[in-house]
Every structure is written in C-alpha cells, then in structure tokens.
Design a binder for this molecule. Structure first.
Ligand SMILES: Cc1cc2nc3c(=O)[nH]c(=O)nc-3n(C[C@H](O)[C@H](O)[C@H](O)COP(=O)(O)OP(=O)(O)OC[C@H]3O[C@@H](n4cnc5c(N)ncnc54)[C@H](O)[C@@H]3O)c2cc1C
Length: 481
C-alpha cells in the first residue's frame, strides 16, 4: 500500500504549516494554490523558472490587483484582472476583505508581526481536546520555524514615537509598548524590510515567508508538491473520498483531482466561500456554515505626519501606539516602503515617506454572515454591533489631536484578518474535522470559534499544525490521484 496522500487547498500560513506537519508524518502532500510562484531568491534556488514578479515600479498598475469580488459584479460575483496579480479584494456589505494570492499566501505581503494571542487562555474551552496547554508544543514548533525576532525602540531610529512627538504626554512609548516580534531574517532591521522585502513582497528572504520556512525542506525532498495557478472551484463527495473541481488558470482548463483527505486552508473568507459553493453542489454541511464571521476588529486610518521624518527608512511595521487612557487597545503603526516601489514625482515620494498606516485590532462580535445566492457569495457585517471598532476610531482621533497630526479614516471598513464562518463546535470539531464529512478538514481561521483580537498568523499556523497532527491517516479511503 502506498503512502497516504492528502490534498491541501491554499499555501499560506495554514496550508504550508499543515503540509509540513503532514509531510513530517510521512504523508505525501499535494498543495493546490490559485496564485503563482513568486520570483524570490528561494524560488530561484528551487529551479522554478515560471515565477511571477511582485508589483513594483511600472508593474504596480497591472500587477497590484488580482481580483475584485462582490455581489454587484458579474454572474460569478468576481472579476479576475490578472492571474499573476497580488491582491484579492472582496467588497461586502459593512466589511470588505483583502487578501493576496501566491505560493506562500499572505506571508509575502504581511507586516511580519508574529505574536501569540493577547488572551493567553484563548484556546481554553475552545473545543473538544483544545486548551492553551494542548497547543503549546505546536506554538513552539511554529516559532522554531518562523524565528520571530523581538524588536525594541532602538530599531526605529528617528521614526520612534518619543522622538517624533516628545510633548505627546498621552501616548505610551515605553520599551514594552514598542517591542514587536517580527518574522524577519537576521539582516539589519533597516535593510531587512525596506530593501527588497516588505509589504509588497519579499524577494530576498529578509522577511520569512512560509513557502520557504515551512515547505522548503519538503519541496526539496519531493514530499510536498505544489500546483500553482490552480483554483479549486468546488468540492463534491465521491465513494472514494472527495473530488476537487479545479480550474487550471494557466492553461484555461478544468481538471478534477481526487483524494480521501482534503484540508481547506484557503484563508477564512475563501474557505467559507468554497464550502458554501460546495454545499450547493451537494456536499452535506451544517446550516451554521457562514455564520459567526468577523474581521478581528480591524480598523485602519492613514496617518499624515507634519515633520520631515522619513518613516519608510525603518521597518514597514514600525511600532505599537498606545494611549494612556486606553492601554488595552492594540494599535500598530506601519509604514510601507512605497517610495522605492513606485515611479512617482519627488513631491509624491516625499508625501508618501511621511505617511503611515495606523491600524487597530480587537475582539469584535463576529456577527457577520457569509452566504450564497444565485451562485454569488455575499458578506454582511454590522460594525455598529462591535463597540471595539468605535473605540479604536475614537483612539485614532485622540492620537491625532495629541500629536497635532491628521488621521484619515477610510470610508469603508476592511479586514486583512477574516475569522470564523466555519467555527469549531458549529461546522468543525476540535480537531478541525468537518462534521458529517469524514476526511475533510479546516485548518485556517474560519474554524476560530471566537475573536482573537490580535495579529493572527502565528496562531493560524499553530492551529493548522494541530489539525494536521491529529488527522486520521489510516486507510480511511483509498487515496487516488
Ligand atoms: C497586507 C497584510 C498585512 C498583514 N500583516 C499581518 C501581520 O503583520 N501579522 C499577522 O499575524 N497577520 C497579518 N496579516 C494577516 C495574515 O496574513 C493572515 O492572517 C494569514 O496569512 C492567514 O493565513 P491563511 O493560510 O489562512 O491564508 P493566506 O495566507 O491568505 O493563504 C491562503 C492561500 O490560499 C489561496 N487560495 C484561496 N482560495 C483558493 C482556492 N479556491 N483554490 C486554491 N487556492 C486558494 C490563496 O491564493 C492564498 O495564497 C496581514 C494580511 C495582509 C493582507
């Protein structure tokens, strides 16, 4: 009998962590990823020639957006602009969702913050077999691979809050408040994330991306293979397991892949959407699917400075910004190295180097709902039911007043941290197994039963590892390619 095989949908933090944990157990894994390989030093070292560049310079206009979705779009509810584009945007009612597509998922574009839940008891009573203690070994294993590095104010140079706003007495700028764990290499901080790495992709490995850290050894040994530019459109049940209906985006062909073990790791919003589409095609899933969906309290603003400090000369994720009046609110300032990536006149570059993104996170009510009608995915979310969002907006106003600067809030609320919709106890059990569908698992944040309220990638990878380590690998079905 051959080695058991599993198919994983998605290659971000969850898919790569699950693939690595399964490969570690001797399982041959196929990862299906709708985005392309990215042209990085690591991918070149694998001998993969067919890799897409990141959107930089002139490519910013064509390579930035991959797809735009929402109910008012065409029959399918989504327009694919460029299969090699980086970002996917879904416009919902009350909340938009932003993600990206590449082998390595969002690890290419994320801010590098790697942290455990602020609520240390997050996993306690979260589901059968789950507790903070039960997850400890998985957190440690993921941290060993991501190697997050703690940074303090010394790394921030002129961009440090205390230097920029010495008279802002309501801001907390102590060492503990500015220290962040970033998943970056050991290169000097300034170079690590503003050079060839950063929010728009990391070419040189200065930011640790999961295609390299989690999958690298298994890609080299052949234990894991990745089908890039392949998008799973639906999953149906077969006698021998599951059939995945896949669009080969490069060749413009439909293919069907089969396996007895399938792990959904497409990012919370995509996983819920895929399960809803699959339910329409007969997959038996509970009514609770799509409910209890949240945006991690994500609230953002554009922060315009008045002085000449070049914020892009530090790390893209700069520092925590805390208010003495609301020390529990988790607010981060990040400056993307835009100037180096875009051809723009000097005054635009200068303006951008003085502009940063201020973002807050917190526990929202997870009162959103993802649903499907006429084949189109819908998302509805009422931010007014989540006090955290108004609290964060009020904190932004206070920070702007205190520092004599401007923070502009976007008209639409968006999240880069979608959570829930296929929650533990509702759609899956404490091991990520989908109720009523043996061999089908959910390894991403759609399974999170409650809001996390802090940067989630480390916890998502940890959950995925937990799911993969607990998966039934006996001959549940005869796997077949
Ligand atoms: C700009 C930005 C900055 C961020 N910064 C931070 C940060 O600093 N710290 C932090 O903790 N988190 C951050 N996040 C969030 C973090 O990136 C996500 O929480 C994390 O990537 C989720 O991991 P995942 O594996 O579930 O999904 P992803 O990383 O999104 O990976 C899912 C993959 O699945 C693929 N996929 C989707 N649907 C299909 C399909 N049908 N078929 C095949 N493939 C599919 C996608 O293309 C994607 O590559 C940030 C996110 C963004 C967008």
């Amino acid at each position: 009998m051959g080695a058991p095989e599993a198919i994983i949908i998605g290659s971000g933090f969850s898919g790569s962590a699950a693939a690595a944990a399964l490969a570690e157990r001797g399982c041959a894994v196929t990862v299906i990823e709708r985005g392309p390989w990215r042209r990085t030093d690591f991918v070149k070292s694998l001998g993969i020639e067919d890799a897409a560049p990141f959107p930089r310079g002139g490519r910013m206009t064509t390579g930035f957006l991959r797809s735009l979705g929402g109910v008012s779009f065409n029959k399918s509810g989504r327009v694919l602009f460029n299969r090699n584009g980086l970002f996917d945007v879904f416009l919902g009612d009350g909340l938009d969702v932003i993600g990206s597509a590449s082998v390595g998922g969002n690890s290419h574009v994320y801010g590098g913050i790697s942290m455990r839940p602020v609520d240390r008891a997050y996993w306690d009573n979260a589901g059968e077999g789950l507790s903070a203690a039960a997850m400890e070994a998985d957190y440690e294993a993921v941290e060993r691979l991501l190697k997050p590095r703690r940074v303090g104010p010394e790394a921030l140079g002129a961009a440090a809050l205390a230097k920029r706003f010495p008279s802002a007495s309501k801001l907390m700028t102590g060492a503990d408040e500015t220290a962040l764990s970033l998943a970056i290499s050991n290169a000097p901080l300034g170079e690590a994330l503003t050079g060839r790495g950063g929010l728009f992709g990391c070419v040189d490995g200065s930011k640790r991306t999961v295609d390299e850290t989690f999958l690298g050894p298994y890609l080299r040994s052949g234990k894991v293979r990745v089908l890039a530019l392949h998008e799973v459109e639906a999953i149906t049940r077969e006698d021998s397991g599951y059939a995945l209906h896949v669009r080969d985006l490069k060749r413009g062909k439909n293919v069907v892949l089969k396996s007895g073990r399938v792990v959904l790791a497409a990012g919370a919003f995509n996983t819920v959407s895929l399960l809803l589409k699959s339910r329409e095609r007969g997959l038996r899933l509970t009514e609770a699917l799509g409910s209890h969906f949240g945006g991690n309290g994500d609230t953002a603003g554009i922060w315009r400075q008045k002085d000449d400090t070049d914020l892009t000369a530090a790390t893209p994720t700069l520092q925590r910004v805390r208010l003495k009046s609301a020390p529990d609110l988790d607010i981060v300032e990040g400056a993307a190295p835009f100037p180096g990536f875009m051809p723009a006149p000097g005054f635009v570059t200068k303006g951008l180097s003085r502009t940063s993104l201020i973002a807050g996170m917190g526990k929202d009510k997870m009162n959103g709902e993802v649903s499907i009608a006429d084949g189109r995915i819908r998302l509805s979310y009422n931010p007014d039911e989540s006090p955290i969002i108004r609290e964060l907006e009020a904190a932004f106003d206070e920070i702007a007043r205190e520092t004599g600067t401007k923070i502009e809030k976007p008209k639409r609320l968006f999240t880069v941290h979608p959570t829930g919709g296929a929650g533990i106890g509702r759609v899956v059990d404490g091991g990520g197994a989908v109720y009523g569908c043996p061999g089908l698992y959910v390894a991403d944040a759609s399974a999170f039963p409650k809001p996390l309220g802090s940067a989630p990638s480390l916890t998502i990878a940890t959950w995925a590892r937990h799911v993969a380590r607990g998966m039934e690998l006996s001959n549940l079905y005869r796997s077949n390619k």
